[in-house]
Design a binder for this molecule. Structure first.
Ligand SMILES: *[C@@H]1O[C@H](CO)[C@@H](O)[C@H](O)[C@H]1NC(C)=O
Ligand SMILES: *[C@@H]1O[C@H](CO)[C@@H](O)[C@H](O)[C@H]1NC(C)=O
Length: 147
């Protein structure tokens, strides 16, 4: 992946915080909070993503990602947003997700980035604020990199 694309990608993911108002159910919110409490959110570790993947049920206890279980999780998470579900399934169930993170990032980190990227790119409801408008502009650059 080109360095420019990586840069834009990381900026968008970092800046997005809170700009996409995507409703998640209570069960999932509780699970995310639980993982946030039990692991340190060190950006260089994949502990948080691993916790979420295991609790979501698509990562086996030995760390293997089960793609059919990942697909089931995507279907559950995007049950009311079939347009996002379709694109996430098309893009994030591939074996090679190398372009979704820096070379040394763990695989689950790239899977998570992929899921987030296509959710953000197809965000059903964008918050309006000066900050979020700027993120939006960056996203337009991103869309040309991840067609
Ligand atoms: C992890 O467990 C699954 C299911 O038991 C197995 O198919 C897979 O090969 C295991 N992976 C590793 C790396 O041991
Ligand atoms: C999905 O849609 C169903 C039926 O319209 C609704 O009952 C449910 O609350 C929705 N779920 C979410 C997470 O929005």
């Amino acid at each position: 992946m080109h360095r420019l694309a990586l840069f834009i990608f990381s900026v968008v993911v970092l800046l997005n915080k809170g700009c996409c108002e995507y409703e998640i159910n209570e069960e999932k919110t509780a699970m995310l909070e639980e993982c946030a409490k039990t692991v340190v959110r060190d950006p260089h570790s994949c502990d948080f993503q691993t916790c979420v993947a295991k609790k979501s049920g698509f990562m086996l206890s030995n760390g293997t990602i089960d793609k059919s279980l990942l697909e089931a999780t995507i279907e559950k998470d995007f049950k009311n947003k079939t347009d996002i579900m379709a694109i996430v399934k098309e893009k994030c169930l591939l074996d090679n997700l190398e372009e979704y993170g820096p070379p040394h990032m763990c695989h689950i980190g790239k899977v998570t980035n992929c899921l987030h990227l296509y959710l953000i790119l197809n965000c059903p409801q964008w918050k309006t604020s000066e900050h979020c408008d700027k993120v939006r502009d960056r996203l337009d650059d991103c869309e040309s990199v991840f067609p």
